[in-house]
Design a binder for this molecule. Structure first.
Ligand code: FEO
Length: 400
């Protein structure tokens, strides 16, 4: 059965949700599923903005056929060439042989790479500032390189003031009938997945997101239509403010997250005791994570959210515990910045992981590692309580 909803009188959402896929990009767990958004503009000309992933192809074509009815498809605009959005281009051409495909020079280069053809006979190449009129609507093309791939662009409809924002403003999570952010409790149910999506997918490209936000300032935007997750038609300032923080690597909350690795529970015990010491000093909403049991993408989301981090880990093969090392490497890959960090290490002999974690953290921008550190020998005993209290004091002082 078709499942479509109007975004405006002339724009219809024809996307679909996947609740079967376990791992987005074969990396990220998506317990809440994911949506692939696609939009049709019905004007004197008909326009499809992006397609979908193969996993929801049947639903997508049912939706598209219903919305187009007897009309032909005039344009397919390809804002983004990642396969979760471009997979159906060949099928669109086969079903709608008169369609013209709109993209920029890089779009068609990638099309050649993915499909062995750039559909030259039907390609319309656009660049920054170009427009296409469809009748009542004029579509403006704005390049958005590295949000999230080099060819990415966004499309602005000046009649309905709609920004088709590609991956920007997207989030993990299936759409459950409510396709608009104002129809859900976004802050309670969606924000952490939106942050996880942004920080892990686009987090590295903060400067590129900033460039796009600056361009968006020049547009009068009433509706933001991303390629994943809810559409924004109210309270746009809420999500724009989040993007401003995330893309400048500013913490959302002055808060502490303790991330520990623990082989037999002794480092975990020290981490928990430190959380207790911080709580005794009035620190609220402390988050504690076992890095072996929480997916790294969740940890990255939390690392972006908070201002202060504690890393606690055993020394392993003379190095950093591998799962912790992977997390620190991911932080570098995703360009984490502007954090204050405290370190706690463990080692039954030759503990060295604090020094090695410190070295890895020194590769990040604007990360301050506190001088006060705690080194545990096998298990934290009561005679080390004072050191733990001093570490808690140093963290609290750094939060003032
Ligand atoms: Fe949802 Fe960069 O693709």
């Amino acid at each position: 059965m078709y499942n479509v909803r109007n975004v405006t009188k002339d724009i219809v959402w024809v996307g679909a949700s996947d609740r079967r896929l376990a791992l987005f990009e074969n990396i990220f767990p998506i317990q809440r599923g994911v949506s692939y958004n696609s939009y049709v503009l019905l004007d004197e000309k008909t326009v499809l903005l992006d397609t979908v992933d193969t996993g929801v192809a049947a639903q997508f074509f049912e939706n598209l056929e219903y919305v187009l009815g007897n009309r032909k498809l005039d344009y397919l605009i390809v804002n983004h060439m990642e396969p979760d959005h471009c997979a159906m281009i060949g099928d669109i051409v086969r079903r709608y042989p008169e369609v013209q495909i709109v993209g920029n020079a890089k779009t068609f280069g990638m099309m050649q790479q993915f499909f062995g053809t750039a559909f030259a006979e039907r390609a319309v190449t656009v660049k920054e500032g170009d427009t296409i009129s469809t009748g009542k609507h004029t579509l403006h093309f704005v390049m958005a390189p590295m949000v999230h791939w080099p060819e990415a662009m966004v499309t602005y409809d000046d009649a309905d003031k709609v920004l088709f924002s590609a991956d920007a403003f997207g989030t993990f999570g299936a759409l459950n009938g409510n396709i608009f952010a104002d129809e859900v409790n976004f802050d309670r149910d969606w924000l952490s997945d939106a942050r996880r999506y942004y920080t892990n997918i686009v987090g590295k490209y903060g400067a590129s997101v900033q460039a796009l936000l600056k361009k968006a300032e020049g547009l009068e935007i009433a509706v933001i239509c991303p390629l994943h997750g809810p559409i924004w038609r109210e309270n746009l300032g809420y999500i724009l403010e989040k993007y401003q923080k995330w893309s400048t690597y500013e913490a959302e909350d002055t808060a502490v997250a303790i991330l520990y690795a623990s082989m037999y529970g002794n480092t975990a015990s020290a981490a928990d005791a430190l959380a207790g010491c911080l709580a005794e000093r009035g620190i609220k909403n402390i988050a504690v994570y076992d890095v072996s049991n929480v997916h790294v993408s969740e940890l990255i989301g939390e690392i972006f959210r908070v201002s202060h981090l504690v890393f606690a880990a055993p020394t392993y093969n003379g190095g950093i515990y591998p799962i912790m090392e992977n997390l620190l490497s991911d932080m570098k890959a995703l360009s984490v910045q502007k954090k204050t960090v405290a370190l706690l290490e463990n080692g039954t002999w030759a503990a060295s992981t604090a020094r090695q974690m410190c070295e890895k953290l020194s590769e990040l921008k604007d990360v301050t590692v506190l001088d006060t550190q705690v080194s545990v020998k096998s298990a934290m005993l009561a005679n080390q309580r004072e050191e733990l209290e001093k570490l808690a004091d140093a963290i609290v002082t750094s939060m003032k």
